[in-house]
Design a protein around this ligand. Structure first.
Ligand SMILES: NC(=O)C1=CN([C@@H]2O[C@H](COP(=O)(O)OP(=O)(O)OC[C@H]3O[C@@H](n4cnc5c(N)ncnc54)[C@H](O)[C@@H]3O)[C@@H](O)[C@H]2O)C=CC1
Ligand SMILES: O=C(O)CCC(=O)C(=O)O
Length: 417
């Protein structure tokens, strides 16, 4: 995997779009930098009585369009620059989806697989204590990301509500249903990735039914994308996780692969696999649709020339470096950018936040229908911008549209002269 700095990638993506906007250097500089970052060290007692210290961050990138919004990641690679990039991508994701939220992101430098559940609870609650003065339903609303889920969100909500002596479920999204979560939130990221891919196929005059698909990463986003695209009639011929990749000529049954991974810890070794591949071999397979659903920089310029898919729908944040993006665009690979393709997570988080505030809960069908409609509408908005303004890619179109929305909000608030 390439070591391109993701924050530098974000800055490049903004610069590329700024060329098509009437915007000053000062405005662009503001839109490339976070408003503030919490950097803290969590001292936590381990099960054996020792104390360990964990570095943790929360970046509040931009709140011109609403409360900061974005997930919390637990991973050894978490760094200040990664969190800055991820929080910036959230700003332009909420703006691309046109939901009234800003962007933020947080993370702890940790490999959660090395800790017991009770240690993870103490670590999460220690982070929640640090976050409490900064978050709130109208201030900053965290959510899940890599290696976090409902369990961690419930702990953060409980810690916040205990300290603040309140009930405020909208302080965090991605919660368990019984803690005020929304139907459809767990599936939302994979769902939008596949809905966006379906529209991209339509744009190319192709049908997703019968398409061949490779999915890199088999966590929350990747496995749901595999399941839903399979339900649309596509063939999931390859999937991977951090241990490796598996391949079949026909199609995997994504639910059976997920069950195997739950039992064994990996997709590798699954009995229906005809072959094992490296992750780079999976990414360069000759398939119709590629779904990167792991981490940043999966496709860099050294791999970009070998990508054979017609459509790439980015479930992950930042899986394609800017240099690779240019190559894919020259090679006519249609990339549906992360800030639209994986926006389902934050769009349904927005629905969860709305439900929490109204104390009125929606059916799963309503959530899925409203999510589908949001992604379809914004996909074709981007296509219009891409064609009408002759932009180099759907990604640049997304940044042009999103930056304009953020600038307009800042202007209304009197932030610009
Ligand atoms: N969970 C959410 O709601 C959202 C997640 N995303 C993005 O989707 C991506 C995946 O997130 P989740 O599925 O939530 O995380 P997760 O922790 O549930 O799953 C991550 C998966 O990626 C795999 N992986 C890690 N390194 C890999 C590598 N080098 N090659 C192949 N597989 C590898 C892991 O084994 C795991 O299967 C991240 O980029 C995240 O930021 C984006 C929007 C929302
Ligand atoms: O649900 C959310 O608020 C944000 C999810 C997230 O972190 C992301 O879209 O990258």
């Amino acid at each position: 995997m390439s070591d391109v700095n993701p924050y530098q990638s974000l800055r490049t993506q903004i610069d590329e779009a700024a060329e098509y906007l009437d915007v000053s250097d000062g405005q662009i500089e503001r839109l490339k930098n976070p408003e503030r970052i919490l950097e803290t060290n969590l001292s936590v007692e381990m099960d054996d009585g020792s104390v360990e210290v964990f570095r943790a961050y929360r970046s509040q990138f931009n709140g011109d369009r609403g409360p900061y919004k974005g997930g919390i990641r637990y991973h050894p690679q978490v760094s200040r620059d990664e969190v800055k990039a991820l929080s910036g991508w959230m700003v332009y994701k909420t703006a691309t989806s046109d939901i009234p939220l800003g962007g933020g992101k947080g993370g702890i430098v940790i490999d959660p697989a090395e800790y017991s559940e009770s240690e993870l609870e103490r670590i999460t609650r220690a982070f929640a204590k640090e976050l409490t003065p900064l978050i709130g339903a109208d201030r900053d609303v965290p959510a899940p990301d890599v290696n976090t889920g409902q369990r961690e969100m419930n702990w953060i909500k409980d810690t916040y509500e205990t300290i603040e002596n309140t009930t405020e479920p909208g302080v965090i999204t991605g919660k368990d249903l019984s803690s005020g979560g929304s139907e459809g939130r767990v599936e939302a990221t994979g769902r939008s990735t596949v809905v966006a891919a379906r529209e991209a196929f339509d744009y190319l005059g192709k049908d997703i039914e019968g398409a061949t698909v490779a999915v890199q990463g088999y966590g929350n986003a990747g496995w749901i994308a595999a399941k839903l695209v399979y339900e649309m009639g596509a063939d999931v011929v390859a999937v991977s996780d951090s241990s490796g990749a598996i391949y079949t000529e026909e199609s995997f049954d994504p639910v059976a692969v997920k069950e195997f991974k739950r039992e064994t810890g990996s997709v590798v070794g699954y009995s229906d696999a005809e072959d094992e591949l490296t992750n780079d071999e999976l990414l360069t397979l000759d398939v119709d649709l590629l779904i990167p659903a792991a981490l940043e920089n999966a496709i860099d310029e050294s791999l970009a020339h070998e990508i054979s898919a017609d459509v790439v729908s980015e479930a992950a944040n930042g899986p394609i470096t800017p240099a690779a993006d240019e190559i894919l665009s020259d090679d006519d690979v249609l990339v549906v950018p992360d800030i639209l393709a994986n926006a389902g997570g934050v769009v349904v988080s927005y629905f969860e936040w709305v439900q929490n505030r109204q104390r009125f809960y929606w059916s799963e069908d309503r959530v899925n229908e409203e999510l589908d409609a949001t992604i379809v509408e914004q996909f074709w908005n981007l296509v219009d911008a891409y064609e009408d303004r002759e932009l180099p890619s759907l990604r640049t179109a997304a940044y042009v549209v999103a930056l304009q929305r953020v600038i307009d909000a800042g202007e209304q608030a009197g932030r610009w002269p």
